[in-house]
Design a protein around this ligand. Structure first.
Ligand code: PMT
Length: 410
């Protein structure tokens, strides 16, 4: 508690409160943050005022509460800019579908949406709403878009909702929201100064102008690593095969299609990297000849002759020098033995053995189940979100960079 208080003292927290029944819980959030020594400014939307009086927030935050963009200014500075600049973190709790939609689509038409757009501080959104609104695909797409752009989300709880239904959409307890704020504010930028290259997605090997050989990689694992690495201060290059994901911001993105193109981009940029993480699912083979026109069907069998693609990871292992090289191994049998074999054959520092037999792991899933294997040890992780797997992996990479975990060849 004492440590947390030290961390939060003098931190400026901007709290946006939007119009949902859970707005009353934001009062306790303010009270808890103040007790931890933080400075709290509150912006309410017009709709939020229908649920809780600004006076309550003013009394707890000891600061004027801002609602109206155009009220007579008490200071010379432009309020939405000054609050945006002052904030160490911006929390929106509860965040309605409306504010999430506005932020995701660049609409800035009131004090809160304008300030969120103007801030460089991390933004933490705590959505709360009716469960059908929460699961609405348009809302979920907005969340995905924001996640991809580096916004942080506090997942709602499931349970009895104010509208009388049961489901996902409850604002979590104020203590959990405050925990999330503390976690964000105390997160170390422990990859500052490190150049990190990540590959993601599944390569596509053309057969003719309309067909290709591909795989089920969605890119979620590689993108999660890229997002988390940039949050931890790394300079990230993401070499990505085609996915339907929103490119993360603050990252150099190189789009490729085939394994050969990925090989060329990776080899061109590998020299300047400190860490390379190969989460992409790369096709080992490609059609020897790509038909110029769409192949027509007839009564005979079609035989497509395949030739080997370069093994990018093995090539990186050959030229690796001081950099850290991390591979993934997607395995459906003999997980550990096969991963260990790739670790030594491809001259890696770490391999992430990925059990792809379970529904909640591997290709396409939002969660993953992996074992991290180095030359000296192995760490088995439970089923975790891909973001959490990314963070555990980056934590292990930092140990290897600091020499607290043995590096290959040491
Ligand atoms: O994208 P998602 O839907 O989130 O799924 C994530 C994932 C399952 C794709 C990911 O977690 C994963 O396991 N990626 C590696 C998939 C794979 O191709 O594994 P592999 O065992 O075939 O290859 C081993 C390693 O060599 C990988 O790091 C791969 O990038 C690399 N490789 C493979 C072949 C090749 N020609 N060149 C390579 O560099």
């Amino acid at each position: 508690m004492h440590k947390i208080k030290e961390e939060l003292e003098n931190k400026n927290i901007l709290l946006g409160v939007t119009g949902g029944i859970a707005a009353y819980k934001a009062l306790e959030v303010v009270s808890r943050l103040k007790k931890l020594g933080a400075e709290v400014d509150v912006i309410m939307t017009e709709a939020a005022k229908e649920f809780v009086q600004p006076l309550s927030f003013r009394s707890l935050s000891h600061n004027p509460v801002i609602v109206d963009m155009f009220s007579e200014p008490k200071q010379w500075n432009v309020k939405h800019i000054s609050l945006a600049e002052k904030a160490d973190i911006c929390l929106v709790a509860p965040a309605t579908a409306n504010i999430v939609g506005k932020i995701a689509n660049g609409i800035a038409d009131d004090m809160l949406s304008t300030t969120v757009m103007a801030t460089n501080a991390p933004v933490l959104l705590a959505p709360a709403m009716n469960c059908n609104m929460y699961s609405n695909p348009i809302f979920q797409q907005n969340l995905d878009r924001l996640r991809g752009l580096g916004y942080y989300l506090i997942k709602p709880d499931a349970g009895y909702l104010a509208c009388g239904t049961e489901g996902k959409g409850r604002l979590p307890a104020p203590s959990r929201i405050v925990e999330n704020v503390v976690e964000q504010l105390t997160k170390e930028k422990d990859l500052t100064g490190q150049q990190v290259m990540i590959t993601a997605g599944g390569t596509q090997e053309p057969i003719d102008p309309v067909r290709f050989i591909g795989n089920h990689s969605s890119g979620k694992m590689g993108y999660a690593i890229a997002r988390e690495a940039v949050k931890r201060g790394a300079e990230v290059t993401l070499i990505t095969a085609s996915t339907s994901l929103q490119p993360p911001s603050g990252i150099e993105i190189i789009q490729v299609e085939t394994a050969q193109q990925m090989y060329e981009s990776v080899m061109k940029l590998q020299v300047e990297q400190d860490v390379i993480i190969k989460a992409a699912a790369v096709a080992d083979y490609r059609p020897q000849v790509v038909a110029e026109d769409k192949i027509k069907k007839d009564e005979s069998e079609l035989v497509i002759k395949l030739e080997r693609n370069p093994d990018i990871l093995a090539e990186l292992g050959r030229v690796k020098e001081e950099k850290l090289l991390i591979g993934f191994a997607a395995e459906s049998e003999d997980l550990i033995a096969n991963a260990k074999d790739k670790l030594s054959r491809k001259n890696l520092d770490l391999i992430v053995a990925n059990d792809i037999t379970a529904d909640d792991a591997g290709f396409g899933a939002d969660t993953n189940r992996v074992v991290m294997i180095s030359r000296t040890d192995k760490t088995e992780l439970p089923t975790l979100s891909k973001e959490e797997v990314a963070n555990r992996l980056l934590g292990r990479i930092i140990e290897l960079l600091e020499g607290t975990g043995e590096k290959n060849g040491d």
